[in-house]
Design a protein around this ligand. Structure first.
Ligand SMILES: Cc1cc2nc3c(=O)[nH]c(=O)nc-3n(C[C@H](O)[C@H](O)[C@H](O)COP(=O)(O)OP(=O)(O)OC[C@H]3O[C@@H](n4cnc5c(N)ncnc54)[C@H](O)[C@@H]3O)c2cc1C
Length: 440
């Protein structure tokens, strides 16, 4: 290892920690600066769907035992992936022999992981690397090429390569790439979590809670539901163990890491809500849940009951924003990954997976540069060229899905539903639909 540079990562989230795990394991000096001191600083409530690309990235970046811990502490993402109408009439069901991935190999499969567990996995073994309560403010480049980061507590850190992994409102991006923008799509989602108790399992039809469901009403809105089922996981619930609860669980159900639940999310354009954006933002969690219930008033009673029975504290309003694709910039020793550059709508469940893919690729290239196998700027340039290509492809895909979900085009929605019914009769087409969902 001829590493003469130290990598500074701003942001200890999904992408930043995954990058740090890979670099640390390869012996490349790395430090992560994270603004939060405790987990309750941020919403941690909803599970993250990890697809095969995300699984491959985690498998490559994590030490072997930690990868196994990740697999053991995941919940089940459920079986068949279904498209249904608002009366729960089935349009298409993609069975679990397709959704489980080839040979049920965990490195090429789908996983449902709680955000808390994912964070526990990604930060394990990094106590010397991860610096908490370090809110990045700005950086300065010196004549010798080193970069000095300034933090809110008045301290500084000097690094050779700076990676902005500080999420959608990235300060690194704002300073480095001020032309990169995020916009409001006008879409507003209301999401909640219904605990999957025995009573709920017996009361609701199994198809509602046993796998992901995409609900397609005639037009103007949509709903996505997905289970996070821990009943068969190899979870250890010991306090502070990975997959277990920590002190943050006392803050309420959003921080409870050990309960199985059905997550739902209703989405529509802000014009479809019977109130202004300001009034919507001002609603408390009970008001949001009741509003979601009114929005689906004519839907199947089981769907209405699912929303009505959801604990208020788990309900959240999600204003949907997206980044605007940018052209490639001149490469330097400052770079960005994940939401810091290509934040996207949550409609395909691929933002975290894309951040993990960035971490995998950037780690490979930085490790090769540290070993003297390739020139540093060429390694970063290669990462940026590929990341901009697949990252903004994911942004466009998720935005298209978001717009289709809330589209007022009744005719287009009817044609799509008719196509799903045809696909339902042709197994190879089902596989294609599943791959097109961004799941390959
Ligand atoms: C409701 C919802 C559901 C989703 N579901 C999925 C899913 O199922 N699958 C999927 O792939 N994606 C999903 N996503 C998207 C996913 O959460 C993000 O794309 C992913 O977390 C991005 O990872 P990241 O590392 O780039 O940023 P983050 O995980 O947001 O991490 C950024 C980190 O930087 C820190 N930070 C910010 N500013 C500073 C600063 N100034 N100084 C220091 N630290 C700072 C933050 O505290 C944070 O820890 C979902 C998103 C939402 C909103």
């Amino acid at each position: 290892m001829s590493s003469n540079f130290r990598v500074g990562v701003i942001g200890g989230g999904t992408g930043g920690l995954c990058l740090a795990q890979a670099l640390h394991q390869a012996g490349v000096p790395v430090a992560v600066y994270e603004r939060s001191g405790v987990r309750t600083d941020r919403l941690q409530g909803y599970r993250v769907h990890i697809n095969p690309k995300g699984s491959r990235a985690l498998h490559e970046c994590l030490p072997r035992e930690l990868w196994q811990t990740f697999v053991d502490t995941c919940g089940s993402p459920g079986g068949a992936f279904r498209f249904v109408d608002e009366r729960l009439g089935e349009l298409l069901s993609i069975e679990d022999d397709v959704t489980a991935g080839p040979d049920h190999d965990p490195t090429r499969s789908h996983h449902s992981v709680s955000r808390i567990t994912l964070h526990q996995v990604l930060s394990a073994g990094l106590s010397d690397v991860l610096h908490l309560d370090k809110e990045f403010e700005r950086y300065e480049r010196a004549a010798d090429g080193t970069i000095t980061c300034h933090f809110g507590d008045g301290t500084t850190a000097t690094v050779g390569v700076l990676v902005g992994a500080d999420g959608a409102n990235s300060r690194v991006r704002r300073q480095y790439l001020p032309e990169a923008r995020r916009i409001d799509t006008g879409i507003r989602a209301i999401a909640g979590k219904l605990p999957l108790t025995d009573e709920v399992r017996s009361r609701l039809p199994e198809a509602v809670w046993s796998g992901p469901n995409n609900v397609l009403p005639p037009s103007g809105c949509g709903m996505f539901m997905a289970p996070h089922d821990l009943s068969e996981s190899l979870l250890s619930t010991a306090a502070n163990a990975i997959g277990g609860n920590d002190a943050s669980a006392a803050e309420g159900p959003h921080f409870d890491n050990t309960t199985s639940y059905l997550m739902w999310s209703y989405a529509a354009n802000n014009s479809k809500y019977p109130c202004t954006d300001d009034e919507l933002s001002a609603l408390d969690t009970r008001g949001l849940r009741e509003l979601a219930g009114r929005q689906i008033a004519g839907w199947h009673p089981d769907l209405r009951r699912m929303v009505a029975d959801t604990p208020d504290e788990t309900v959240t309003l999600l204003p949907i924003r997206t980044s605007v694709p940018v052209k490639q910039w001149e490469t330097t020793t400052v770079t960005v990954l994940g939401d810091a550059i290509h934040s996207m709508t949550p409609f395909r469940g691929i933002g975290a997976n894309t951040a993990l893919r960035d971490a995998q690729l950037l780690a490979r290239n930085l490790i090769a540069a540290a070993r003297g196998e390739r020139e540093l700027l060429a390694a970063i340039r290669d990462y940026e060229t590929r990341m901009i290509d697949y990252g903004f492809a994911a942004v466009r895909l998720s935005l298209r899905t978001a717009r289709q979900t809330v589209s007022n085009n009744w005719f287009g929605r009817s044609m799509f539903k008719a196509a799903l019914r045809v696909f339902a009769m042709v197994p190879p087409l089902k596989r294609k639909v599943f791959a097109d969902l961004g799941n390959d």
